[in-house]
Design a protein around this ligand. Structure first.
Ligand code: F6P
Length: 543
């Protein structure tokens, strides 16, 4: 499929965008808005309950037209269709990319190697629902006959960030009489703090690992096993206090977890795209199967929108194309994710893996160097905290940082004027970023001349505003799928494999080697560079 696609720099729309960017860069959003009175309402799009205002971007109708041409010339539509129909678009791992199947309704069918994967997805969902209900109702008893009160998810990367983010985001919908904790780091403190006030009799561990080989997760899982057996003594207790979420049944059995308590998924689900698979078991236990289904419906609604809506009205495509625009034509290096919703406090961290593990690539699908910068750095914090921390740099620093503001019409916790104040800040920040404050305006306020340059806001700093009614499981599903497909759009333009992650391998291999050296009873012969060898020697002598 990629054979037909010309290298990025020789696509006609790419060349046209380069010229167009040269004419647009000197223009200020103040003038762009003045020249086009309908812009504020026209450069908007809505779908699946999300409203996107992208008018405060440094774009014109011409920019949009060219970006959409670029999407077509890059085969975005064909590539998306290949994903939705189970083609092996993750070519370096020879795998289909079918997180969209995780939220497909029962009635759909999606074939991978001639086999419909949708019935299997629903079988697992049903099994998860039955298990979740048992925990939630207190019917599932621990080894000594006590109901489970504490659920500890052990996983890392996609097997942690999605579950943590979703738990925090949907806390309002979760069972408050159950405690949820998440252990990811191999730093023993993470495990120790997670269980310090828990009793094994009432604690259930969910060991979440696609491969069931990840060093951090396996180490934590073994510590959890030892902690459980330390009190409950009998190995039969493990079956009542451990469940596994994995694609690797053999390793799960070897660990001693009953495969009856194993929830499977498939190699066509990438770790960072797995929060709506069995990896979401902790989420389902917290919010209940019905809310989990509503989360999946949100995901699915956005999938359908991405697959079918014209690109000019397609939220994920627009977000993705705008990111390409700033990354490649304005040399922006980052994107700030600024949720004005406290429950979304882990959303930026979640998006970091989704976006950067996906698009942090330097070669195209055919192995040649990409002809432009790829994946920008995503980061952020919930508003308004960021305003009193790093917004200074966004407003007056020397870098261009496109921002995504996320807000809601209604608060889950209405409290006096809090929500109106919160939302006033969203609109004010985006306005200040775009339009700034000129020297003339500063002087008119009577500011002494030496201070004028310090008080000028250049403006012309782009942002998107995403609004929805209220943060619900459904809305969360739409938001996550929105960014998944934005990442997809970016990857398609750059012709990279957004679904592998070879870059994490080297560090893992070297860590295993160094661990052996650190633990060696005799002095190891170290053949690293002089810095690494010296550090290993120092650590061995001081540990
Ligand atoms: O090392 C990176 C990674 O492979 C991620 O892609 C993945 O989400 C994480 O490790 C955890 O992997 P697993 O679920 O197999 O333990």
């Amino acid at each position: 499929m990629t054979d037909r696609i010309a290298p990025l720099a020789s696509r006609p729309a790419w060349k046209a965008l380069q010229q167009h960017a040269d004419t647009l860069r000197p223009q200020h959003l103040r003038d762009i808005f003045q020249a086009d009175p309908s812009r504020g309402s026209r450069f908007t799009a809505q779908a699946c309950g999300l409203f996107l205002d992208y008018s405060k971007n440094r774009i014109t109708d011409e920019t949009l037209k060219l970006l959409i041409e670029l999407a077509h010339q890059s085969g975005l539509r064909e590539r998306a269709e290949a994903m939705f129909t189970g083609k092996k678009i993750n070519t370096t791992e020879n795998r289909a990319v079918l997180h969209v199947a995780l939220r497909a309704p029962r009635s759909e069918s999606i074939l991978v190697d001639g086999e419909d994967v949708v019935p299997g997805v629903h079988q697992v969902l049903d099994k998860m629902a039955a298990f979740a209900e048992q925990i939630r109702s207190g019917a599932w008893l621990g080894y000594t006959g006590k109901p489970i009160r504490n659920i500890v998810n052990i996983g890392i990367g996609g097997s942690d960030l999605g579950p943590v983010m979703a738990y925090e985001a949907l806390r309002h919908y979760s069972r408050r009489d159950l405690n949820f904790r998440f252990v990811s780091n191999v730093d023993g403190t993470d495990f120790a703090e997670a269980v310090r006030d828990f009793h094994p009799e009432e604690t259930l561990f969910l060991v979440a690992s696609k491969t069931f080989t990840t060093l951090e997760t396996m180490t934590n899982a073994h510590s959890a096993r030892a902690w459980t057996l330390g009190r409950l003594k009998q190995t039969e207790a493990i079956a009542r206090h451990f469940a596994a979420i994995s694609t690797n049944a053999e390793a799960v059995t070897k660990f001693g977890i009953d495969t009856a308590n194993m929830f499977g998924f498939w190699d066509w689900v990438g770790g960072r795209y797995s929060m709506d698979s069995a990896i979401g078991l902790s989420t389902m236990i917290a919010i209940g199967p019905e809310n989990f289904r509503s989360l999946l419906e949100g995901f699915h609604a956005m999938d359908v929108h991405f697959r079918t809506a014209p690109l000019e009205k397609n939220l994920p495509a627009l977000l993705g194309l705008l990111t390409v625009w700033y990354t490649n034509f304005f040399h922006a290096q980052t994107v700030a994710i600024l949720p004005y919703e406290q429950y979304l406090k882990r959303f930026p961290a979640y998006l970091q893996q989704l976006t950067m593990e996906s698009n942090g690539k330097h070669v195209t699908l055919d192995g040649t160097e990409v002809q432009a910068d790829t994946g920008p750095i995503y980061w952020g914090e919930p508003g308004t905290n960021g305003q009193h921390s790093f917004y200074q740099l966004i407003h007056q620093g020397t870098r261009l940082i496109p921002c995504d503001f996320i807000g809601f019409y209604k608060s889950i916790n209405p409290l006096g004027r809090h929500h109106d104040m919160l939302m006033a800040n969203v609109f004010a920040q985006a306005e200040a970023l775009a339009f700034g404050k000129t020297a003339a305006e500063v002087r008119a306020e009577g500011v002494p001349e030496p201070l004028v340059p310090h008080k000028v806001f250049a403006g012309n700093r782009p942002s998107n505003i995403l609004l929805a009614e209220r943060l619900t499981p459904y809305t969360l599903g739409t938001l996550v799928a929105l960014y998944e497909h934005s990442v997809f759009t970016q990857g398609a333009i750059w012709s990279i494999d957004s679904f592998d992650q070879w870059g994490v391998e080297l560090g893992k291999v070297l860590a295993q080697r160094i661990l052996g050296e650190i633990e060696s009873p005799s002095e190891p012969s170290l053949a690293h560079d002089t810095s690494t060898s010296n550090l290993v020697r120092l650590y061995r002598s001081q540990r």
